[in-house]
Design a binder for this molecule. Structure first.
Ligand SMILES: [Zn+2]
Length: 199
């Protein structure tokens, strides 16, 4: 029994850990991201954001700096930079399909679906105002929602420029027509004065 148990443990440990999970790490616009591989219903807890718990009152902890720190409150922070923490691949979105469920007392964070997520969809949550202001605003947020907004603004600017151009062209055309009309009238007047019709 002991040996078969060990074999089972070994087999289990070499099986890919993500096989029965509804997500995988994949390429996203900004590098890597976490993508749904199965439908995920709104309200489902997708993954835990985990790592060593840092205590800001311990100077060595307070010195740790990386972009995967998840602050639970004024004192406790999760250092999510550990390799096994696949939730660290989840990118920010201003219009996300998931959210972080922060439980400071348990010192745990879960990422939960706030919309139905389809296979192939990238999983996102809102990193919050502080992160946005510090890291995303200076370089321009690359999330779908912001890309769409920028695209819309560019399209509106193009449409406005086209309108201005069309107006200017109409104006120029009108001015041209006026000049032509004037010339014609003059010609007519001249022909009349001579008593002959010009061809
Ligand atoms: Zn955005």
């Amino acid at each position: 029994m002991g040996s078969s148990c060990l074999v089972r443990v070994l087999i289990f440990s070499i099986m890919p850990a993500t096989s029965n999970k509804p997500y995988r790490v994949g390429r996203s616009k900004t590098g890597l991201g976490l993508f749904a591989t199965k439908p995920i219903k709104k309200g489902t807890r997708i993954i835990r954001y985990f790592g060593p718990i840092l205590d800001s009152r311990i100077p060595e902890h307070d010195e740790i700096e990386n972009k995967y720190l998840f602050e639970l409150n004024g004192r406790w922070t999760i250092d999510g930079s550990v390799r096994k923490n696949l939730a660290r691949y989840i990118n920010h979105s201003c219009r996300p399909n998931a959210e972080s469920d922060v439980r400071p007392r348990e010192r745990k964070v879960y990422i939960r679906a706030i919309r139905n997520i389809e296979p192939g969809d990238e999983i996102n949550y809102d990193y919050g105002t502080d992160y946005f202001k510090a890291y995303l605003k200076p370089i321009g947020c690359k999330c779908d929602s912001c890309e769409k907004k920028r695209k819309k603004l560019r399209a509106e600017a193009r449409a406005e420029a086209a309108k201005v151009k069309a107006r200017a062209e109409r104006k120029a055309q009108k001015a041209g027509a006026k000049v032509a009309k004037k010339k014609k009238l003059n010609g007519h007047a001249f022909a009349k004065a001579n008593g002959r019709v010009r061809v």
